[in-house]
Design a protein around this ligand. Structure first.
Ligand SMILES: [Zn+2]
Ligand SMILES: [Zn+2]
Length: 265
């Protein structure tokens, strides 16, 4: 199983010399196994992923929720418009809104110049349910809905293939027992770490975690490796590095996720 992060930032994309090490693109993670690419979220990172030539024949795009930082890249993901891939987009039902409706919204004429779905050949759209656990193209994909993220919550995914496992828990406020259980024994946990401890005190209830909370979940779930993810857009390279160092003291197998981070499992 091959994993690469194409966007590790949260909330909105950012550029500038103080953000070069961790990157400024928003949430997008690639997981390859066999003939299939699983992509988690379509933040602006998906644009570089489209250009990377790392995509395999079958593509499963899993969306965690529909906040802009997780879908902004979708209309610009060039692989979608190619008929060289088999594509399925899975999204949760968030406050009664499903993936087909989201694409319809993104295609509104004052937002985008053409109907996205009309231009995508062989596209399948599916709703992913809370508690789903299914074999899809050689991957075992489980999902759990967590309501800690305003307003309609978020889906956390566990992806397994080749006897390895990775859990992506972004846009989550730490301490969710369901998420801890889902992450149990995972090889990799990619976890929201939007805030420093001091910031968390100011933004409690906003649906994000501090690096410390990510470490606590990693510890309780006894995962092998923790990747800090969804960095706040105002967090500079040096601040994130500092958070990584602090978090290593709580959970030694911690690394701050960055654009271009490759993990072989
Ligand atoms: Zn987000
Ligand atoms: Zn969000």
């Amino acid at each position: 199983m091959y994993v690469e992060i194409f966007g590790a930032r949260g909330t909105y994309p950012i550029s500038g010399k103080e953000f070069l090490n961790y990157g400024g693109n928003t949430a997008c993670i690639l997981i390859n196994s066999g003939n299939t690419s699983v992509i988690i979220d379509a933040g602006t990172g998906i644009i570089n992923l489209s250009r990377s030539r790392k995509l395999l024949k079958n593509i499963i795009l899993l969306l965690t929720h529909y906040h802009l930082d997780h879908i902004t890249g979708l209309p610009y993901a060039s692989f979608l418009y190619s008929d060289g891939f088999n594509k399925v987009i899975y999204g949760p039902n968030i406050l009664g809104i499903k993936i087909d409706k989201v694409l319809e919204f993104l295609s509104l004429p004052f937002l985008f110049p053409f109907d996205i779905v009309d231009k995508i050949p062989n596209l399948k759209l599916r709703t992913i349910e809370n508690g789903d656990k299914k074999d899809r193209e050689g991957f075992k994909i489980s999902s759990i809905h967590s309501s800690s993220h305003p307003m309609g919550g978020v889906m956390t995914y566990r992806i397994e293939a080749e006897g390895k496992s990775i859990v992506v828990a972004t846009d989550i406020e730490g301490g969710d027992e369901k998420v801890i259980k889902m992450a149990e024994g995972a090889d990799i946990l990619i976890h929201d770490a939007q805030y420093t401890e001091e910031e968390y005190l100011l933004f409690q209830g906003y649906g994000h975690s501090s690096s410390k909370m990510a470490a606590e979940t990693a510890k309780k779930a006894e995962v092998k490796k923790l990747i800090l993810f969804h960095h706040a857009p105002n967090h500079s390279d040096s601040l994130i590095k500092n958070e990584e160092e602090k978090t290593k003291k709580l959970f030694p197998e911690t690394e701050a996720g960055f654009e271009g981070m490759k993990l072989e499992l």
